[in-house]
Design a binder for this molecule. Sequence first.
Ligand code: NAP
Length: 245
Amino acid sequence: MPVLVITGGARGIGRAVILGAAERGWDIAFSYVSNDAAAEATAEAALALGVRCEFLKGDVRDEAHLAALFDLGESLGPVTKCVVNAGIVGPVMPLAEMDAARIARVIDVNVTGALLTAREAARRMPVAKGGPGGSIVLLSSAAARLGGAFNFTEYAASKGAMDTLTRGLALELAPSVRVNAVRPGIIDTEIHADAGLADRARTQGPDQPLGRAGTAEETANAILWLLSDEASYVTGTHVDVAGGR
Ligand code: NAP
């Protein structure tokens, strides 16, 4: 069975990817940083679908943790699918009001953490490195296009970095590993509470061209497609799952 490694799998989009992967019969190793109860619940839900699912608590900024996460995945079989998913936002404010610690934290988790995760995949997945080949999906954001003005410009910039990384890594890892990004719009998960906008999906959803926020499952569907062989000629590109935004 294919094995998926995904960061930030306990909740939100990561959890939806895990459950979609389990429905497809893929085995899973996922990480999370603090929410033990959510991690256990997600693993239980995946196990109930008849696949193997392991999880490891740790921070994507910690390269030893990431190596251990991939080791865990490889203990299930060759890792052919990887989702670079873990990401954070800070409370909404214009850039002029942000302190250096907040900017550093968002950039560290969203950019350095993603680079370290992608680097671990790049060391293990390519056929040229003795790996099985496969597909990597990075979580960017519509904010990378829109800029996040007055709310989270540093987050938007961190997601712009995902778009750029997608292009560069796709060229480095071709032809045996495909690399793509998904750019979600406003998706109904708990991440918005960290921005101080717990109701964002409900309050801003109606303003979207499709008239509502998206779901984690709708986002996962695009990620799962990019991970699958159905997307076998797709690499180095970005898929917007943003309801027309
Ligand atoms: P979420 O519901 O807040 O879940 C985030 C997950 O990442 C959690 O499982 C969390 O672990 C984990 N995580 C956070 N910091 C971590 C760290 N330092 N190391 C390891 N894991 C960490 O977020 P989401 O809405 O599903 O978002 C997933 C991705 O999609 C993010 O990259 C986000 O930027 C992107 N995105 C989301 C939206 C949206 O509207 N929701 C839009 C565009 C892009 P715990 O469960 O232990 O806290």
